[in-house]
Design a binder for this molecule. Structure first.
Ligand SMILES: NC(=O)c1ccc[n+]([C@@H]2O[C@H](COP(=O)([O-])OP(=O)(O)OC[C@H]3O[C@@H](n4cnc5c(N)ncnc54)[C@H](O)[C@@H]3O)[C@@H](O)[C@H]2O)c1
Length: 291
């Protein structure tokens, strides 16, 4: 399954930013686009924009952290377009910057529920439908470069993005036999409103305490980086380019390559030391266990 024409993509967090850019790029390839988002006002703007570009679009309200709302998105997608072929788990929040001991629990819960459980619920809703259809398909998860190496002062964000990369690796293997292709997008800074994620923070995750001066300073550093980030529509086009080439890890910032190179080299060097430990010689040549 390599062509997109007439097929349907569901994109969480699709009202603006990277999700909308991916929707636009897929729409330009002839796909029907379902944009699902917690921000209904922004969804109306997105609907108008894509419709003006002759892209068939359906917008639906969705809080990705609430599984029952995913079921409704699936129901309405099938009612409108008949089938579904691609899930783009894009919705995400930046979380609150802070060091290990100062990040508040409500902030942790919010970031985990949106960035991680949102991806899990999306998969649990749509993968059974893709399997049932039996035509293959795609699951694209939006992680981050923060999912490739631990990012200081961004504990909840970097933890959830690592989890999304790991889930993508697991699902790629699980879904291979069903012709469902999995990919994980790992951008560095892109000019969106991710640094203003709190605008859509649900009331149930109200912060335990106001951010400290230090947190505010870290947040403004991140905001500058995002505002100087690359144009969002490049990301949408890059995703299509990478899917055409069957890429699994999708990068948008080749200049960040040293980050993963240094991490891989450090891990390899650590294995080298373990391989020399007298304590471990009896297992050096043992086969690794998989199941
Ligand atoms: N912008 C960057 O620099 C950057 C870098 C790496 C990864 N990312 C990732 O890209 C994805 C998209 O972020 P963006 O940069 O476009 O940010 P954005 O804030 O511009 O867009 C995020 C979208 O997600 C929606 N959203 C937030 N909470 C939601 C919820 N509970 N349910 C449904 N929708 C929700 C928002 O309303 C918004 O439309 C995120 O997963 C983010 O972590 C962004």
């Amino acid at each position: 399954m390599s062509n997109y024409k007439g097929k349907t993509a569901v994109i969480s967090g699709g009202a603006e930013g990277i999700g909308l850019a991916i929707g636009r790029a897929l729409g330009q390839q002839g796909m029907n686009v379902v944009l699902a988002d917690i921000d209904t006002a922004q969804l109306a703007v997105a609907q108008e924009q894509l419709s003006a570009e002759q892209i068939p679009v359906l917008t639906l309200p969705l809080d990705v952290a609430v599984e029952s709302q995913w079921q409704e998105v699936a129901r309405q997608t099938l009612a409108h377009f008949g089938k579904v072929h691609m899930l783009v788990n894009n919705a995400g929040v930046g979380g609150i910057p802070g060091n290990a001991e100062h990040t508040d629990e409500a902030g942790w819960r919010w970031t985990i529920d949106v960035n991680l459980m949102g991806v899990v619920y999306g998969a649990q809703t749509f993968i059974p439908l893709l399997k049932q259809q039996g035509e293959g398909g795609w699951v694209i998860n939006v992680a981050s470069m923060a999912g490739m190496a631990g990012t200081p002062f961004a504990g909840p964000y970097t933890a959830t993005k690592h989890a999304v990369v790991a889930l993508s690796e697991a699902w790629r293997e699980e879904l291979k036999s069903r012709e469902i292709k999995v990919a994980v997008l790992c951008p560095a800074f892109v000019k969106t409103r991710i640094h203003q994620s709190h605008r859509n923070r649900q009331a149930r995750y109200a912060p335990d305490q106001p951010p400290s001066e230090k947190q505010m300073k870290m947040a403004s550093g991140a905001a500058v980086a995002v505002e100087n980030g690359i144009d969002v529509n490049i990301i949408g086009k890059r995703v299509v380019e990478a899917l055409d080439q069957g890429e699994f890890y999708i990068f948008s910032h080749p200049n960040y390559r040293p980050i993963t190179q240094q991490r891989a080299a450090a891990i390899d060097a650590a294995f080298e030391r373990a391989a020399k430990s007298p304590l471990l010689q009896h297992i050096v040549d043992q086969e690794i266990v998989t199941f």
